[in-house]
Design a protein around this ligand. Sequence first.
Ligand code: PMP
Length: 417
Amino acid sequence: MNAEPARLAAGMPYDVARVRADFPVLATRVRGKRLAFLDTAASAQRPLQVIEAVAAYERTSHANVHRGVYQLSQRATDAFEGARERVRRFLNAASEREVIFTRGTTEAINLVAQSWARSTLGPGDEILITWMEHHANIVPWQMVCQQTGATLKVAPIDRRGELRLDAFRALLSPRTRLVAFTAVSNSLGTVLPAAEIVAAARAVGALVLVDAAQAVPHERVDLRALDCDFLAFSGHKLYGPTGIGVLWGREAVLREMPPWQGGGDMILTVSFERTTYNALPYKFEAGTPNISGAIGLAAAIDYLEGLGIERVHAHEQALLQRATAALGRIPGLTIVGQAARKAGVISFTLEGVHPHDLGTILDAEGVAVRAGHHCAMPVMDFFEVAATARASFGCYSDEADLEQLVAALGHAREVFG
Ligand code: PMP
């Protein structure tokens, strides 16, 4: 194992073998076969640097945060707040007060729905999303529309899996109070035109929430350039632990929002007559947080930035191109989602084979892909498929993974041929 992250000197070729050596799980065998892990979009594997950062914290520094006067608690608090600062720097956010730790993207979006939207919206107000959203960016808005009488609008996509920008613009009006969209579709891989969407939303005075769950692992997200109001992502898709994620919110907006969950840490004073709330970001962090998760997330950000997000992006794009060409040559295989700009995600169907059966056959060959609706049932309905198989890439994906996938698909065609 590498003691240091596989830092790659500028100008040197991307050394995927060195990167892979950082990920112990990739050396495990599955059903006696080499593991070709092609489900990074669902959850990325963790490098040793993350595993060890979490273990070191557990071994030497764990105590509850923000409360203890003793040294160990201070150490834990420093590490936890250090992780918040690391996230701030990663996103180029203006202040740590804007970085709220959550369980993940899902909780971050629910927080905005139940705090901002529930307290602000009423009949006649509209929330605009796209057809490509993950259920996590659909259902919380449906729930809050039921609670407030607001209306949910959906901007359509085309057969290539791209947002129809003209139709999106036509749905915007002064009634639109929030535009919530995914920067990258998890089911199709489409990279949405974030700058155009934000500018159009701003022009009608709407706030903007970006679901960046599939974006932050693959491309640099700079909040000052993006100019949104909320952004959500999950640690586990970024080579970090599960159960930790981030809601970033613009400070001026967060300050006006009521707390969502009540409890310890989010208060300044409590009496039975009156409770006063803590300052940002603690107002939105009720209860003991996921301390080791935040520390693992900071280590994951260090790791990815050590590799260089731009270089990881280029590596994944090269794999995507080769995979698209290789899968395109397989008779009966249809790639679902052919947008001009895509992240390292390929959804596909194979004629005569149900995606779940396909997933099982590929598993027998050591190939881990996702089969199902990818928490994006409206996308499946749009393409009139019950499900797809999906291969997705990360910093450690390599040619051998791809070759194993193509060989296993050949085998599936023989079995069902
Ligand atoms: N949005 C997108 C685009 C996703 O891909 C996912 C996870 N598949 C989520 C939201 C939800 O993330 P989590 O389950 O980590 O909360």
